[in-house]
Design a protein around this ligand. Structure first.
Ligand SMILES: Cc1ncc(COP(=O)(O)O)c(C=O)c1O
Length: 395
């Protein structure tokens, strides 16, 4: 019989560098591979499986809706879509009260940029060094990593002005009469779990207001409780004009979303933007179950508390191992910067062999974005394993 990795190599476009692992089952914090080995999952589908794997509230909601109605066109009213929007309005940053649904984070950012350009009537956008906003032609244009952009330069609009993350003077300098928006992740994810200093987001808000420019917050990775608040911007009391979401919103069911202030949302009228699958009955039933369960279990608060404990334990670990350069992040979005990419890759591989899934981003930053249901006992087990792994690998 042909193995799954071999089938993949033969028939799947090879855009992913995969770990040698075939995962077949999951429950809560645990996933199982095809040989029956169990792993504690600190990747969570990269900040997606917010309720853990196969939470009954989510699997039941999907099963019930799938038997009733899976898809209808947005030509008709969709009950679960309207209800999900109403639910999001309860937890969204203040002022955000209109929502458009799509299927991914990139698509949400693409919609946000279209809305901003149409609303403001200008065409340039300021983006940050270290950013990641997606892989569509427009959103990869707002993404910092040159290797992602260069081969597709011909497709990418030349509308982006990049400035260093955290540098307000550079933003002010880049703002011109053609600037429509600033797009920024409140805490950069793929860029290496970079937390800005406290005046940064309020400063961006002020600059945007002074120049009549919209502030788009990409909360695709930070949103839905991840950092210990529903939205990361709440840490700094900043209200965006447009916010984007995906990842954790569906708990693993594909859905993306942009939220806008009502006055901004009005700039989209019928026909301006659309998505065949966006906000379909099944996706919205899944996301509704996720949001309701997050509210019921107070997951943002849980993420804040557990995240503080996790960070404390990682910081203690760092004190005992010279190869750790930094520990950073908020809530359950934490990063440990190591001394090299080789070391980070080695630690990820060793952790996998020891039964823990972790991942590295920005070459040498171990990133921890576990399901928001993670408990101290899971964290303790990981820390013990990392202590041993660092002891061996850091020599
Ligand atoms: C901050 C941020 N924005 C956008 C995206 C793109 O989301 P998707 O892969 O769902 O298109 C990601 C994905 O990692 C992300 O972290």
């Amino acid at each position: 019989m042909v193995s799954i990795p071999e089938l993949d190599r033969r028939y799947v476009v090879q855009t992913y560098k995969r770990q040698p692992l075939v995962l077949v089952e999951g429950r809560g914090m645990v996933v199982k591979d095809d040989r029956g080995r169990r792993y504690l999952d600190f990747v969570g589908g990269i900040a997606v499986c917010s309720l853990g794997h196969c939470h009954p509230a989510l699997t039941n909601a999907i099963a019930v809706q799938a038997k009733k109605l899976i898809h209808v066109s947005n030509l008709y009213y969709i009950g679960s879509q309207a209800e999900l929007a109403a639910l999001l309005a309860r937890v969204a940053p203040r002022g955000i009260d209109k929502f458009f649904f799509c299927n991914s984070g990139g698509e949400a950012n693409e919609g946000a940029l279209k809305l901003a350009v149409k609303h403001v009537g200008r065409e340039r956008v300021i983006a940050m060094h270290g950013s990641f906003h997606g892989r569509t032609a427009v959103t990869v244009g707002a993404t910092w990593k040159v290797a992602y952009r260069e081969p597709f330069a011909a497709l990418i609009p030349k509308i982006f002005d990049f400035v260093p993350f955290g540098d307000l003077a550079a933003v002010e300098h880049a703002m011109g009469e053609k600037t429509a928006a600033v797009i920024v992740e409140p805490i950069q994810g793929e860029g290496g779990v970079n937390v800005p200093y406290d005046d940064y987001l309020p400063g961006l808000r002020k600059l945007c207001d002074e120049h009549g420019v919209l502030l788009i917050l990409d909360e695709v990775q930070t949103g839905m409780g991840r950092t210990g608040k529903w939205f990361a911007c709440e840490h700094w009391g900043v209200e965006p004009d447009i916010v984007t979401l995906a990842k954790a919103l569906g708990g693993g069911f594909p859905i993306g979303c942009l939220g806008a202030r009502g006055e901004v949302a009005k700039s989209f009228s019928a026909g301006d933007h659309a998505s065949t699958f966006g906000g379909n009955p099944l996706a919205c039933a899944a996301a509704k179950a996720v949001v309701q369960t997050m509210i019921k279990l107070k997951l943002p608060q849980h993420a804040a508390k557990t995240g503080d404990y996790f960070k404390k334990r990682l910081t203690e670990l760092a004190e005992n191992h010279d190869c750790v350069r930094d520990v950073r992040g908020r809530g359950l979005m934490l990063g440990v910067e190591l001394s090299s990419k080789e070391l980070a890759d080695k630690v990820v591989a060793k952790a996998m062999r020891a039964g823990f899934l972790i991942n590295a981003t920005a070459d040498k930053v171990l990133r921890f974005v576990p399901p928001l249901i993670v408990e101290r006992r899971h964290i303790d087990r990981l820390i013990n394993a990392l202590d041993q792994i660092f002891g061996e690998a850091c020599k």
